[in-house]
Structures are given as C-alpha cells and as structure tokens.
Unconditional design. Structure first.
Length: 148
C-alpha cells in the first residue's frame, strides 16, 4: 500500500516539474516573440531602449525610428521627445552619412556616450550594436538587415 502511494506522489511530482519547465519555456518563447514583433514598422534604423520601462519615472517607448535627419531631446521641437530631466532640450542629432549613420552631441549639459566613450560636437559614426547613453537612458543602435 505504501509503494502505491509513493509511486502516485512520485508521478505527481514529476508531472509538476514538467509543467513548471513548460511554463518557463513558454514565457521565454512569448517574450522573444514579443520583442521580435517589430515595434518599428519601417526599414529605417532605430534606437532600442535597454532600460526597463517600469523603472523610469517618465513615459518612454521601447524603440524610436530614425529618419534622414533626426533630433532627440526633451524639447517639444525635437523629432524624438523624451521627458528625461537629464536630457538637454536638443540633446543629439542623427545624420545619414553616405551608407552609414552618425550621431552628434548638441553641446548637451550631461553629454552623450557611444560605447562608453564621451563624444563631442563632431559626428561619431554608428554601426549596429553600438551602445548609446543619453541622460539616464541606454539605447542600442540597430540598422535593419534588408533582403535583396
């Protein structure tokens, strides 16, 4: 009788472990699928936010598309407006340079970092995977791969 109940408990325990593992794998799959769902809907490069949105005291999007000449800052007259108090009114400018992209710091108060290095008023070339720190926000620069 004892063996019978021990086997039932053993199989219930194994089933619970498999259910738990399935739930974790499903959550990982849904998270990856959601992140690949293209928050940016065009072929322009974009900035992908690395910070957790819930940890920030202001509203911010997960990604921002960049066009030919874009400005980013907390001012209302910028192409991308983010109400981060550590951003300048017009903090940076993104420029298309030939086949690539560049970022220029607009003499911002708190500066701009690309891959951990402070940049100045000169254009700094960007490539996919570059880490950009603006105010208290961290972005990754992404150029979409275009199928030919």
């Amino acid at each position: 009788m004892y063996e019978f109940f021990a086997n039932i408990i053993k199989y219930l325990f194994v089933t619970a472990i498999y259910f738990f593992m399935f739930s974790i794998i499903r959550l990982i799959y849904l998270d990856i699928r959601r992140s690949r769902m293209g928050t940016v809907k065009d072929d322009n490069p974009y900035l992908k936010l690395l910070n957790r949105i819930n940890d920030l005291p202001f509203r911010v999007q997960e990604s921002y598309s960049i066009k030919d000449k874009y400005t980013l800052g907390r001012g209302a007259n910028t192409s991308i407006t983010i109400p981060d108090p550590f951003l300048s009114t017009i903090h940076v400018q993104f420029l298309k340079e030939g086949d690539g992209w560049a970022i220029i710091d607009n003499e911002s108060t708190n500066g701009t970092e690309v891959n951990g290095e402070q940049i100045g008023g000169e254009p700094c070339a960007l490539k996919t995977g570059d880490l950009i720190k603006l105010g208290q926000l961290n972005f990754i620069f992404v150029e979409p791969i275009l199928d030919e």
